[in-house]
Design a protein around this ligand. Structure first.
Ligand SMILES: NC(=O)c1ccc[n+]([C@@H]2O[C@H](COP(=O)([O-])OP(=O)(O)OC[C@H]3O[C@@H](n4cnc5c(N)ncnc54)[C@H](OP(=O)(O)O)[C@@H]3O)[C@@H](O)[C@H]2O)c1
Length: 285
């Protein structure tokens, strides 16, 4: 079984927590060659790696994000390696731009939509009182625009037996943490929307996959200094799980340790809230 892309060397704990998915490149090529895959947030991090893996497997990759120069550079590297890619510049916080992209989707004809673009904001509530735009932009980027694009893609996905993959976070299945209200709410909203729609889609031949990622070492987590020493996945590892789900069309991927953590979390709402409140009391005012 051949393996894909090279990765940074993980620590022993990271190896245990985040074993690397083995992806059969021959099977991946057989499944993805000639298919069109739309990846939002393809300019950096996890989405960039998904686009590169899908392109290397012979897919036609539609790269969506704001940073046009990055999209074009990645598209041309995919083309140099023998693949096909198209850069589609779009700000998911701009409803008109998203509407234009959505109206173009029937012609672009994606077989798989990877809803990966994301905006995370860590900000205490009392520093957010005059920042309602934090709520609207996380809602737009993490929930409303992915929903708009999914709705536009669905008729074609039904026609072609396609797939929607949502790049979500383990946090949406656990007790919510302080300082992350806007991010958590918006990620949870799209997770719920898609899971609610999933039976209707699966009954019509469209696979729906929710990928619940733990911490991944991308620029998204770089500003949070407290994450520096926390075990994290590499973006390439996350991308392997995402492309592997295109082979299996599984309903959900999560790290092996999530079910027991989720069970403990479901039993501990009150202690969790009390502990979080105590920590808040110790914070400087
Ligand atoms: N990193 C983690 O620890 C972690 C954990 C769990 C889940 N996730 C999820 O994984 C996904 C990818 O995150 P990442 O870690 O790879 O972060 P990243 O490196 O910051 O990449 C985020 C991507 O989203 C795009 N994006 C952000 N705002 C956008 C906008 N307004 N319009 C269009 N595209 C926009 C960015 O492109 P431009 O800036 O070029 O627009 C970029 O390509 C997110 O949905 C995130 O919630 C991440």
């Amino acid at each position: 079984m051949a393996m894909l892309a090279r990765m940074a060397v993980p620590t022993l704990l990271e190896r245990l927590l985040f074993p690397t998915a083995a992806v059969d490149t021959a099977a991946l090529r057989q499944t993805l060659a000639g298919r069109t895959i739309l990846v939002t947030g393809a300019s950096f991090g996890i989405g960039e790696q998904v686009a590169r893996l899908a392109g290397a497997a012979g897919a036609r990759v539609l790269l969506v994000a704001r940073t046009t120069s990055r999209l074009e550079a990645i598209a041309s590297e995919i083309a140099d390696a023998g693949g096909t890619a198209l850069a589609l510049s779009c700000d998911l916080n701009d409803a008109d731009a998203v509407d234009r992209l959505a109206r173009g989707l029937p012609d672009l004809a994606p077989d798989i939509v990877v809803s990966n673009a994301g905006k995370s904001i860590r900000r205490p509530l009392l520093q957010s009182l005059d920042r309602f735009h934090d709520v609207t932009r996380t809602a737009n980027i993490n929930f409303l625009s992915p929903t708009r694009l999914a709705l536009a893609a669905i008729p074609g996905l039904i026609e072609r037996g396609g797939q929607i993959v949502n790049v979500s976070a383990v946090n949406v299945l656990l007790q919510p943490a302080p300082n992350w209200a806007a991010y958590q709410a918006s990620k949870t909203a799209f997770d719920q929307w898609l899971r609610s729609a999933a039976p209707e889609l699966r009954a019509r031949g469209v696979a729906v996959t929710s990928v619940y990622l733990p911490l991944v070492r991308t620029r998204m987590i770089a500003p949070t200094r407290s994450y520096d020493d926390v075990p994290a996945m590499e973006p390439e590892q996350a991308a392997r799980h995402i492309v592997a789900a295109m082979l299996t069309r599984r309903r959900r991927w999560a790290p092996w340790w999530l079910p027991p953590v989720q069970f403990a979390s479901s039993l501990s709402r009150t202690p969790w809230e009390v502990l979080a409140e105590r920590r808040q009391r110790r914070e400087p005012r």
